[in-house]
Design a protein around this ligand. Structure first.
Ligand SMILES: [Zn+2]
Length: 107
């Protein structure tokens, strides 16, 4: 196939796949020989999603609203996500701006 981003040829390779820092396995993929973009067919994508669900990783990303608390703002972290990263009430975290529109919270 051709890469949808740069139009170069792709080649079939077994590729390691990680989600939220967890190795899900090696999967068959088409990898662009120029830009390195990885494409999975729908069957492989379904396998990856099933593995992600099995490991409790699927759907951890959630939308949240920003609330105002006194002079600060607060963002509620969904319980499942908090448990996944080991975040507890009263714990101190390090909040770092990663980019203009991205924060990182180190637990
Ligand atoms: Zn490409």
């Amino acid at each position: 196939m051709k890469c949808v981003f740069c139009n170069a040829a792709t080649e079939e390779k077994m590729t390691d796949y990680k989600e939220v820092g967890t190795h899900l396995g090696r999967f068959k993929a088409e990898v662009c020989t120029k830009c390195g973009e990885i494409f999975f067919d729908s069957e492989t994508a379904a396998k990856i999603q099933a593995r992600s669900k099995e490991l409790g990783l699927f759907g951890l990303a959630k939308r949240a609203k920003v609330a105002e608390v006194g002079n600060s703002i607060a963002i509620r972290v969904p319980k499942r996500l908090a448990e996944f990263v080991g975040l507890k009430k009263g714990q101190e975290v390090l909040i770092t701006p990663e980019e203009k529109n991205r924060l990182s919270i180190e637990v």
